[in-house]
Design a binder for this molecule. Structure first.
Ligand SMILES: [Fe+2]
Ligand SMILES: [Fe+2]
Length: 169
């Protein structure tokens, strides 16, 4: 079954969105590096890598379906933040926008009776629940920590342990 033109266009646009997310997390990692929040920087850097993996899943899927890969331009990410909390809030907004986009793709795939794409997208539907949860948890913890410098240092250090937890793929 040939991928519909609408779906092909939407899946290519999603590649751009995932790369933009990757780029954006890299910019957040740079902010944390520059402000000596090493744990948060490492968290963001891993997140950036993950988003690239997401983009490549769409890339490979399009090729597997014999469709055309047409990479869109990637907008420059935000660079200025005033606090770790602000970074994670921006990150949650971004994840919510990605979730909305994945849901839209899912709807189009259904409307096109393209069940292979519906099945492919299911992983992303589940992944977005995890992504929003991970960022929301951090926002909640940052809120709890407030201005306490010792607690902030501890949270930063815990964030840096993320890779050893193996909670994300
Ligand atoms: Fe993603
Ligand atoms: Fe994400």
């Amino acid at each position: 079954m040939k991928l519909s033109a609408e779906l092909q266009e939407a899946l290519n646009a999603q590649i751009g969105m995932e790369f933009h997310a990757s780029y954006s997390y890299l910019s957040m990692a740079a902010y944390f590096e520059a402000n000596s929040w090493d744990g948060f920087a490492s968290w963001m850097s891993l997140q950036s890598d993950e988003e690239r993996v997401h983009a490549m899943k769409f890339y490979t899927y399009l090729l597997d379906r014999g469709a055309t890969v047409s990479l869109p331009a990637i907008e420059a990410p935000r660079r200025d933040f005033s606090s770790p909390l602000e970074v994670f809030e921006a990150s949650l907004e971004q994840e919510q926008a990605v979730t909305a986009s994945i849901n839209r793709l899912y709807k189009i795939a259904h409307e096109c009776d393209d069940y292979a794409t519906v099945s492919f997208l299911k992983w992303f539907v589940d992944e977005q629940v995890e992504e929003e949860k991970a960022v929301s948890d951090m926002i909640e913890k940052l809120g709890r920590v407030g201005d306490n410098p010792d607690a902030m240092l501890l949270l930063d250090s815990l964030a840096g342990e993320r890779d050893s937890e193996g909670e994300e793929d």
